[in-house]
Design a protein around this ligand. Structure first.
Ligand code: TXA
Ligand code: MG
Length: 329
């Protein structure tokens, strides 16, 4: 475990930084914080390294991985960026946006990371550690969320260690992730820009830059189909059952509340976490996964969730909650 002091630049010269880079170049797995969630990172150019990610997560191999880069220049090496892709990159990178674009001729990302598709998912994160490691190793870093497949994504290092500890060469601890919910994925592989996964940047902000509405994922990208971005129906699942848009809470329930208005009988709940007492959706996103873990650990059989508006980051929050509430496969 390495806890770099990100307030200075000295962490980049620490001997741990060299050891982490050596591990990555050697094809090992490293848990790396980003502004969204902790990632399970490996050298995206190495099939062996990417295979280790799938094995550690217990992840179906048809589900492709996001590759993280250190600069727009590095992204252009692996993907073909048209005017729309460049506009989105300019507006939101570094930040919680992933672009799915056609692979370039110079793409070095392994077929295992792209699941054999002709497209590649690229992200330039705001979190400085991932960027630094990609820069220093000279490689794109494939990184899904650092949790076992189908479980809640980790926003603190301790949750990574609890879920995946034995598979990891290093865990880099940069404290809680500021955004707290995964990146927004926009598909730009054909004429129609698609919102493949709502996330840390709102649909409205992306539509403003594109100048028109975003389509949803097409039918062939849903359910268990190959290109399905986080679209397996049950995902982010806590052990407790989840009920959305609850109207009240009972003594056996965990209550996930939102905003200043308390639900009837809220005080009777076994445990309650309010995602944002002031009703701020950005704050709610940052608290979401930790709150689900807390309520799950409370011993509640059912987690009831108060209504959360579906605009801004609310769309991503409701997407994760619907998956958590979906029938378990
Ligand atoms: O915030 C995030 O995006 C985090 C941090 C670590 O960066 N990463 C993350 O990765 O959430 P992951 O692997 O859990 O989600 C990646 C999603 C997958 O659901 C996958 O289906 C989709 O991206 N994806 C990757 N490549 C794709 C492609 N070529 N076409 C369509 N979807 C793709
Ligand atoms: Mg994930």
């Amino acid at each position: 475990r390495w806890t770099p002091d990100l307030k200075t630049r000295d962490w980049q010269d620490a001997r741990e930084a060299d050891a982490v880079c050596a591990a990555l170049v050697n094809g090992e797995l490293v848990a790396v914080p980003t502004e969204t969630v902790y990632g399970l990172a490996a050298d995206a150019t190495s099939g062996t390294a990417c295979a280790r990610i799938f094995a550690a997560k217990g992840r179906p191999q048809f589900n492709p991985l996001i590759s993280h880069v250190a600069s727009l220049e590095a992204a252009l090496e692996h993907g073909i960026f048209d005017a729309r892709a460049l506009a989105l990159a300019e507006a939101f990178w570094p930040g919680p946006l992933t672009l799915v674009v056609p692979k370039s001729k110079t793409c070095r990302i392994s077929d295992l990371a792209t699941a054999g598709l002709e497209t590649v998912a690229l992200r330039l994160p705001a979190g400085p550690v991932m960027r630094f490691l990609s820069q220093k190793t000279g490689r794109p870093l494939a990184a899904p969320s650092a949790n076992r497949s189908g479980r809640i994504s980790p926003t603190i290092a301790d949750d990574v260690i609890a879920d995946l500890g034995p598979s990891l060469s290093w865990v880099i601890d940069a404290g809680p992730c500021a955004v707290g919910i995964e990146s927004t994925i926009v598909g730009l592989a054909d004429d129609t820009p698609r919102l493949l996964r709502p996330g840390g940047i709102s649909r409205q902000d992306i539509e403003t830059v594109l100048g028109h509405r975003l389509q949803g994922a097409s039918a062939d990208m849903r359910a268990d189909a190959p290109a399905a971005p986080g679209m397996l129906s049950s995902h982010y699942a806590p052990d407790a059952a989840m009920i959305l848009n609850a109207l009240e809470a009972g003594p056996e329930d965990g209550l996930l509340s939102f905003g200043p208005d308390a639900l009837p009988r809220a005080s009777e709940a076994l445990a309650e976490v309010n995602l944002s007492p002031s009703g701020d959706l950005t704050e709610a996103a940052a608290n979401l996964f930790q709150a689900m873990r807390t309520l799950d650990a409370s011993g509640a059989r059912t987690i009831r969730v108060q209504f959360i508006p579906n605009f801004g980051l609310g769309e991503a929050i409701n997407d994760r909650l619907r998956r958590a509430a979906a029938p378990r496969g």
